[in-house]
Design a binder for this molecule. Sequence first.
Ligand SMILES: C[S@@+](CC[C@H](N)C(=O)[O-])C[C@H]1O[C@@H](n2cnc3c(N)ncnc32)[C@H](O)[C@@H]1O
Length: 273
Amino acid sequence: MRKMSILAMTDPVLYNKYNRLQNRDNKRCLSENVARMTWRSGDRVLDIGSGDGSFTATELRRYLPDDVSELVGCDRSREMVDYANENFGGDGINFRVLEIGQHIPREFIGSFNHVFAFFSLHWVTDQRLALSQVYDILTEGGDCLLLIVGNFPAVFDVYKVFAQTAKWCRWVKRLDDNVLSPYHECDDPEEKLRKIGEEVGFKKMFVQCNQSTYKYDSVEDFKSMIVSINPFNIPEELCDEYLEEFVRVAKEHRYITDDLIITYTTNTFFGSK
Ligand SMILES: C[S@@+](CC[C@H](N)C(=O)[O-])C[C@H]1O[C@@H](n2cnc3c(N)ncnc32)[C@H](O)[C@@H]1O
């Protein structure tokens, strides 16, 4: 298996290989909800947190009308954006660096008719800020479809265990600072999201929390997923040990079963401006 690099979450090749769970859930979210959106000829579309760009350019593209004028993917990671442009750019699709939660350049404000975000906005602890920036990016009458990670014990609860250990707390820390999903262990994520959406000004909202399961083919497969979304600077020489212990803790607490099944939730948010 490939060694974990520093900030592996920005490794597009690795992400491209281990994004089956996200792909499956994103397609389900689109097929169930894309009909809520109102389309006009020449609309511009933004996909926030487009990662390696494969989902944006291949799968998301299929759900959009043919007369969309532009499909832009954005990501906070320059490596992801460069990889996405090289491999999936062109033909009305391009990728830009943009970080939700930070300053949004003027040219993005009020300039997209539709905004999507899959498995990316949970990284922003301040959800009110995240949703208000999505709102600002939309044109009047525009709409958004967001799939936001919720309760994810097989990842977040292991981070929480690690953060309490003398061995790993040097690196696994500041979990409330853009690491844990704000909807992890939240009693009523639908209510929380709906309230934020209302405060921001969204109309015609639809909010739904879905529980899902996913079965990994092997322990290596599970470890690779952990690496591909890892936000911590674990030193390279400790990576094997980190992953071994990750699996041990996840199994011990039943965050992953012996059959390698995990249970987690995602939140779907639709709203229009
Ligand atoms: C798990 S990947 C999801 C990629 C793709 N949307 C998918 O579903 O396959 C999350 C991506 O979101 C990006 N990301 C995380 N926080 C972000 C933020 N605040 N603004 C923009 N991109 C962000 C990460 O760099 C990463 O590439």
